[in-house]
Design a protein around this ligand. Structure first.
Ligand code: PMP
Length: 557
């Protein structure tokens, strides 16, 4: 047992430490068999006649790519409510332990504590729902085993100050749970980045909110492998059904569709907050980093009833500590939010004359595109925005490739998100090729009719290496590769895949692409090529004149 495991092991309940878990029939034999007569299942296929994977291996591999944490650090449960319950079962002896939670907060912590006969100690947040580490630590008693923090907090909606959370992690020697159910709606960083430093940290997330899978009941705990293993030992063996696992895998392979929805909800959150803030009936709209708003009304009962009469249900949180007069309103679709605004403002019932809701759907502008490409070997999602730079997101399961793709975003000055779930257990070929194809298709789609763009090239040195990339988006297609790499691999990517990447990309972007590079260090050569490509792309996609044609001496390309 290593030092981290030792620290955690000492915190476990005595009866749990050496518990013998239920071993499922399939645990005894991992190889694929022809005939399964080991689990008393019904042999006649109907899609659900076999037990599901108790380890949820595929689901965890996909989550690992998306969350940037190894699969062995991920526990998947029947909603994060299951993980909350298991934390009590692992660490809190019934009748002899307590937990500290901040208030107001998510109600399941205290319900799960009560079920497990664990005493609940409340530590109030301040008047603005801010976290004060000293106030929380002062509530810790001898028998306190767990502290629950919820960030962004439900029902207040605010992200808790990460420095205060770190103070709690440093000042308490039990388990600290940071519930990040709403983190995808916030701009702050996840505490999963802190797991290496803090073995006693458990981060909860859920598929129910940003991912739109509340009906599937899939929650996740991200923690030290030892904690994850212990949670897996005491969970019900088949805690996520066959149907739920396969539906989640399907939805997870379209991460950019989920990201688009999150962006829409965040923009609607601002619109709804601004509209409500100006109303006479509203005392305060609390700042939110989540997909809901906590709003204090002069007469919350009147507003609640009015909404109800108009077919709209919101959550009355007025009886919760620090929330008197408050309703919690989930951010809906633009049309739903219009109805809420209209009803609360008292102007109308929010319905237009033809009985339909007024629409706030915005017209999308700008050169943006998304592409999803799914084959038997990979599922690739790419999103580009040629006119707005955003920190690139690249998750392909290949560290070096991610780093190179980032260069296209950073040095191209464009918004770029690439997520690929590929058959890396075979090799890197399909992932690299299919990312190139999807990226080429996506850039082409975003370029549209190419009006006003340039046709460019770029040369740059990368330490001792030199790279030259010439790019013509005019519509001619040619590919030239004059690059010598010395080693069979660069990072975790096969060297021959870089030529293949740019060739596939040029074929799908319909461009003329000439690449020459030389140097001593393969990493420098490849990085130089990606950077020079990014710079060439940046100048090539830039619109030089509004609505102009592509520069060409012939006037026609
Ligand atoms: N944590 C918080 C803070 C929540 O608000 C909720 C649900 N409202 C959950 C966890 C439960 O999520 P799940 O659907 O994964 O059980």
């Amino acid at each position: 047992m290593n030092q981290r495991e030792n620290i955690i092991s000492l915190l476990l309940r005595d009866n749990i430490r050496n518990i013998t878990p239920y071993s499922t029939a399939r645990d005894d034999c991992k190889a694929k068999m022809d005939i399964y007569l080991d689990a008393n299942e019904n042999p006649y296929p109907n899609g659900v006649n076999r037990y599901p994977s108790p380890h949820q291996t595929k689901l965890k591999e996909m989550l690992s790519v998306l969350k940037h944490v190894p699969a062995e650090n991920i526990f998947t449960g029947n909603g994060s409510d299951e993980a909350i319950d298991l934390i009590f079962r692992l660490f809190c002896p019934p009748e002899k332990s307590s937990m500290v939670q901040v208030v107001p907060t998510y109600g399941m912590y205290s319900v799960a504590a009560a079920i497990n006969d664990v005493r609940v100690i409340d530590a109030p947040l301040d008047g603005n729902f801010a976290l004060d580490a000293a106030a929380v630590l002062s509530k810790v008693e001898k028998d306190t085993k767990v502290i629950f923090l919820c960030s962004p907090n439900n029902p207040s909606g605010n992200l808790l100050d990460s420095r205060q959370i770190l103070r709690i992690l440093d000042g308490f020697d039990g388990i600290v749970v940071v519930d990040e159910a709403y983190i995808d709606f916030a701009d702050g960083e996840s505490f999963t980045m802190r797991l290496a430093e803090y073995p006693r940290l458990v981060v909860l997330q859920t598929m129910s909110k940003a991912w739109g899978m509340a009906g599937l009941r899939i929650g996740i705990a991200i923690a030290d492998k030892f904690i994850v293993d212990m949670m897996s030992r005491i969970k019900y063996p088949y805690n996520i059904s066959v149907l739920n696992q396969s539906k989640a895998e399907e939805l997870l392979s379209y991460p950019l569709a989920a990201a688009d929805r999150v962006a829409e909800i965040k923009s609607e959150r601002s619109r709804l907050a601004a509209a409500l803030s100006g109303m006479d009936s509203v005392v305060k709209v609390y700042p939110s980093d989540a997909n809901f708003l906590l709003v204090r009304f002069r007469d919350k009962t009147d507003i609640f009833d009015r909404l109800l009469q108009n077919g709209i249900i919101v959550r009355d949180r007025s009886s919760v500590c620090g929330c008197d007069g408050c309703l919690r309103i989930t951010v809906g679709t633009p049309k739903e939010n219009d109805r809420v605004i209209a009803v609360i403002s008292g102007e109308t019932d929010g319905r237009t004359a033809d009985g339909k809701s007024a629409s706030a759907d915005s017209i999308k502008t700008g050169r943006r595109a998304s592409c999803y490409r799914k084959t038997g070997e990979t599922a690739v999602s790419v999103r580009v925005d040629l006119d707005t730079f955003r920190k690139p997101v690249t998750a392909t399961g290949l560290g070096f490739f991610n780093h190179m793709l980032e260069q296209i975003g950073y040095h191209g000055g464009i918004g770029l998100e690439i997520i690929c779930f590929g058959d890396l257990s075979t090799d890197d070929h399909h992932s690299v090729e299919d990312v190139a194809i999807a990226l080429g298709d996506c850039l082409k789609k975003a370029l549209g009719d190419k009006s006003g763009i340039g046709r460019y090239g770029f040369c740059l040195p990368m330490d001792e290496a030199e790279a030259m990339v010439l790019l013509d988006l005019g519509g001619r297609t040619d590919f030239l590769w004059n690059v010598t790499l010395h080693e069979p691999k660069v990072g975790d990517v096969s060297s021959q895949m870089f030529r293949h990447f740019f060739k596939s990309l040029s074929e799908h972007l319909n461009c003329n692409l000439h690449i020459k590079a030389a140097g001593e260090n393969d990493h420098h050569i490849v990085e130089g090529i990606f950077k020079a490509f990014a710079r060439a792309l940046k100048s090539a996609v830039k619109q030089e004149q509004q609505g102009g044609a592509i520069p060409s001496s012939k006037g026609w390309i």
